[in-house]
Design a protein around this ligand. Structure first.
Ligand code: TIU
Length: 223
């Protein structure tokens, strides 16, 4: 068993039944010219998560542990895009429109893909999802249950949107979730802090929060 120092108390897991879920580290959210920027956001705020995320992904790979990558996006015919999602806000470009990295949040376009720094390797699950949560309209739960996974380590962007939604979905399905604060990021620093605080409040009402150093130290010690 591995014991990770965390809030609100230690997170205890067996790495063999723990999966690392890397949420939406996509060019569309993290590079200029993508969907995130079209919503008026400064994408540079998310990039601080890249180096610590890389270290955690490497640690899981070195130990042969499960690594899953998710991507938010839609079918090229946009048949899975609700008008409510397409039309909300006042973006400079909408989902499916052509931008500098191809069609925004559309499967097959360059911007929809994962940033090169954190690119999946062969054998890792890449899960396409039309929503913010990674369980909605996907086979993620089936994939996790088939491997006997009970615990999740969540990293990715953005903290209060897709990471938080996924964590809440996972918690309701009985998975124990640990979010790594320095491997997640938000366009709004105050939302990042609040999302993490509300996640572990009330005795871990949704789950646990720690950082990459604490997890990596625990993985080293657990062996
Ligand atoms: N806009 C925003 O903060 N996030 C998203 O739209 N998607 C994800 O968080 N992946």
């Amino acid at each position: 068993m591995t014991t990770v120092s965390a809030e609100p108390f230690e997170f205890v897991c067996d790495p063999k039944t723990t999966a690392l879920v890397c949420i939406d580290f996509q060019r569309d959210f993290m590079e200029p010219g993508g969907f995130g920027e079209s919503l008026g956001n400064d994408v540079a705020t998310l990039r601080v998560a890249i180096e610590p995320a890389k270290r955690v992904i490497e640690a899981f790979r070195e130990r042969g542990l499960m690594v899953i990558h998710t991507r938010e996006g839609h079918r090229p015919d946009l048949g899975d895009l609700f008008p409510a999602k397409r039309d909300r806000g006042n973006p400079s470009l909408r989902i499916g429109d052509a931008g500098p990295m191809g069609r925004l949040l559309t499967r097959g376009s360059a911007g929809h893909d994962i940033i090169p720094e954190l690119y999946p390797i062969e054998g890792e699950v890449v899960l396409d999802k039309p929503g913010k949560g990674s369980f909605y309209a996907t086979d993620l739960e089936t994939i996790l249950r088939a491997r006997g996974i009970t615990h999740l380590v969540l990293i990715g962007v953005t903290t209060e949107v897709c990471v938080q939604t996924t964590a809440r979905e996972a918690n309701d399905r009985g998975f124990d979730c640990l979010i790594l604060s320095d491997c997640t990021g938000s366009y709004f620093p105050e939302f990042h802090q609040s999302a993490l605080a509300m996640f572990s409040a009330q005795g871990g009402i949704v789950g646990w929060v720690t950082d990459s150093d604490a997890l990596l130290t625990a993985l080293d010690k657990g062996e």
